[in-house]
Design a protein around this ligand. Structure first.
Ligand SMILES: Nc1ccn([C@@H]2O[C@H](COP(=O)(O)OP(=O)(O)OP(=O)(O)O)[C@@H](O)[C@H]2O)c(=O)n1
Ligand SMILES: C[C@](O)(CO)[C@H](O)COP(=O)(O)O
Length: 433
C-alpha cells in the first residue's frame, strides 16, 4: 500500500541546549564547516523522499534561523516557526503549522546531524504500510533499573537487553495519528506532570492500539547532548561514507571537468561520468600545459569548456620522501599541489560553478602520511569545508575526497559525491569497500 502522501520533514531546533553549556543553542554551533542546524536541514532538503521541510527554532532566534535557511539556499523549507517550552510543545506547534491536509510527518532532532539519508528513505517507505514508525538501535551496554537510597543509587534489576532499543529520530507518523495523540495528551491534565521525552511516547500512551514499527537506525545517528558528543560528531564528519552512486543518468546533461594534475582515477572517472550521461572534459596539466600556480592559465582553460556543472581537481600523490631528503623543487611542488593549486583552481572555478549552481570536488591522493603530504591533506580538507560554508548561498557545493583505493574505487567515489547533494564533506574513498 503506497501512502502516496506528501512527506514533511520537521527539524526540531527549539531547544536551548542547557546540557551543552555553550550559552547559546547547540544547534547553532559549527561542526565540519556548517552549523548543526544546517547539516540537519540539508539532510531533509536534499532527500528525494521529502517534499517539504518545517523548522522549529528557539524563541528569539527565529529570524536568525530564517536568514540561515535563505543563505544556505534550502529550497524545500516552507516555514520556520517559533518552538515551544518543551520538545513536545515544539512538536505540537509543528503539527499546527503543517495544517490539516493528511501527509506523512518525519519529526527529527536538529541535534542529530549525522542521520544517514538511507534512514529517511527507509522511514518514508515504512510509512506506506505503517501509520507510526520509529528509528531505533539495540543497546550495546547492559541496562539496569535502579532505585535511589540513602548512600546513592542501587541496582534493582538487570533488564533483558535483547528486548531493549535506544530511541533515535526521525519519529514518523501519519499526520492524523500524531495529531490525535497530541490532542488527547493536551486534553489530559496529567500530561504536564508526566511529560513525554519523545513523540512515540505520546502515541504509545494516548493511542496504544497504533503499532509503532521499528526501522533500524545507526550508531552514527547520535544526539549531540553533552560537550563530548560534539567532539565525537566532528570526528564522525571527518570520515563521511561514500554515498551511493545512483543507477543511471545521474549526471545526464551535465558537464564534468576533470583537472588532471597527476592524480589517479581521472581516466576512469571520465569513462564513468560518460556512462552516467555527462559530458566529460579532461584538462591535463602535463598535456595542456596548465599550471596550478598560474591562475590565468587555469581561468583561460576553463573558459574554453563552456558550461561547467562540476569540476574535479585531482592532484598527484606526494612521493617526495622525508622532509630532509626531499629536493628543494619537490618541497615547492608539494606546496603548489597541496595548497596554492587548490586555492587557484577554486578561484577560477567559482564564477563558472555559480552560473550552473554546481559542485567542486577537491581530491587529495592516498599516502598523505609523509611530512609533505599530510599538511596538504589538512589544508585541502579545511579549504573544502570553509568554501562550502562560504558558497552555500550561491548553491555551489564543495567537497573533498581522500584516501586510497583502486582507480575505479576512487573514480566511483568522485562521481557519487558529485551526483549527491552533499557539501562541506570529506569523504574517504576507501570507505566504499
Ligand atoms: N523546547 C524544545 C526542546 C527541544 N527541542 C529540540 O529537541 C531536540 C532534542 O532535544 P535536546 O537534546 O534535549 O535539546 P535541548 O532541549 O536543546 O537540550 P537541553 O535539554 O540540554 O537543554 C533538539 O534538537 C532540540 O532543539 C525543541 O525543538 N524544542
Ligand atoms: C527524541 C529523543 O531524541 C529520542 O532518543 C530523546 O527522547 C530526546 O530527549 P531529550 O531529553 O529531549 O534530549
Amino acid at each position: 500500500m503506497d501512502s502516496g502522501l506528501r512527506a514533511v520533514g520537521v527539524v526540531l531546533a527549539g531547544g536551548v541546549g542547557q546540557r551543552m553549556g555553550l550559552g547559546r543553542p547547540k544547534q547553532l554551533a559549527t561542526v565540519a564547516g556548517r552549523t548543526i542546524l544546517e547539516h540537519s536541514i540539508a539532510l531533509f532538503d536534499g532527500s528525494p523522499d521529502i517534499d517539504e521541510v518545517v523548522v522549529l527554532m528557539t524563541p528569539g532566534l527565529v529570524d536568525e534561523a530564517r536568514e540561515l535557511v535563505a543563505r544556505a539556499g534550502f529550497r524545500k523549507v516552507t516555514k520556520v516557526v517559533e518552538g515551544g517550552a518543551s520538545r513536545t510543545e515544539s512538536t505540537w506547534r509543528a503539527l499546527r503549522a503543517i495544517g490539516e491536509d493528511e501527509c506523512d510527518v518525519l519529526l527529527h532532532d536538529a541535534v542529530r546531524p549525522l542521520l544517514e539519508p538511507r534512514i529517511i528513505t527507509d522511514c518514508v517507505r515504512a510509512l506506506r504500510d505503517h501509520r507510526a514508525v520509529e528509528v531505533a538501535i539495540p543497546s550495546s551496554d547492559t541496562i539496569f533499573a535502579v532505585e535511589p537510597g540513602p548512600g546513592g543509587e542501587t541496582i534493582t534489576e538487570v533488564l533483558d537487553r535483547s528486548l531493549l532499543r535506544r530511541a533515535q529520530t526521525p519519529q514518523c507518523f501519519r499526520l492524523s495519528v500524531i495529531r490525535e495523540a497530541y490532542e488527547r495528551a493536551l486534553a489530559d491534565p496529567g500530561f504536564a506532570d508526566r511529560p513525554a521525552t519523545d513523540d512515540c511516547g505520546v502515541v504509545l500512551r494516548y493511542l496504544p492500539d497504533v503499532p509503532i514499527h521499528i526501522v533500524p537506525g545507526s550508531e552514527r545517528n547520535l544526539k549531540i547532548t553533552h560537550p563530548v558528543d560534539a567532539r565525537i560528531a566532528a570526528a564522525l564528519f571527518e570520515a563521511s561514507p561514500v554515498p551511493a552512486l545512483p543507477e543511471e543518468d545521474a549526471l545526464a546533461g551535465r558537464t564534468v571537468v576533470l583537472l588532471d594534475a597527476g592524480g589517479a582515477g581521472v581516466r576512469e572517472a571520465a569513462e564513468l561520468a560518460s556512462r552516467h550521461g555527462a559530458r566529460a572534459v579532461v584538462l591535463s596539466c602535463e598535456r595542456d600545459g596548465l599550471r596550478l600556480d598560474d591562475p590565468r592559465s587555469l581561468a583561460k582553460a576553463l573558459a574554453g569548456v563552456g558550461r561547467i556543472d562540476h569540476l574535479v581537481l585531482a592532484v598527484a600523490a606526494g612521493g617526495a620522501g622525508g622532509l630532509m631528503e626531499a629536493a628543494d623543487e619537490s618541497v615547492a611542488e608539494a606546496a603548489v599541489s597541496g595548497y596554492l593549486g587548490p586555492v587557484n583552481v577554486a578561484r577560477a572555478a567559482y564564477p563558472r560553478l555559480m552560473e550552473s549552481g554546481g559542485g567542486l570536488l577537491l581530491c587529495v591522493p592516498a599516502g598523505a602520511e609523509d611530512p609533505l603530504g599530510a599538511p596538504a591533506e589538512a589544508a585541502v580538507t579545511a579549504l573544502a569545508r570553509s568554501l562550502a560554508a562560504a558558497w552555500a548561498g550561491e548553491g555551489v557545493r564543495v567537497n573533498c575526497v581522500t584516501g586510497g583505493g583502486t582507480a575505479e574505487e576512487t573514480a566511483g567515489a568522485w562521481l557519487a559525491v558529485l551526483a549527491s547533494r552533499l557539501t562541506g564533506q570529506v569523504v574517504d574513498a576507501s570507505s566504499a569497500r
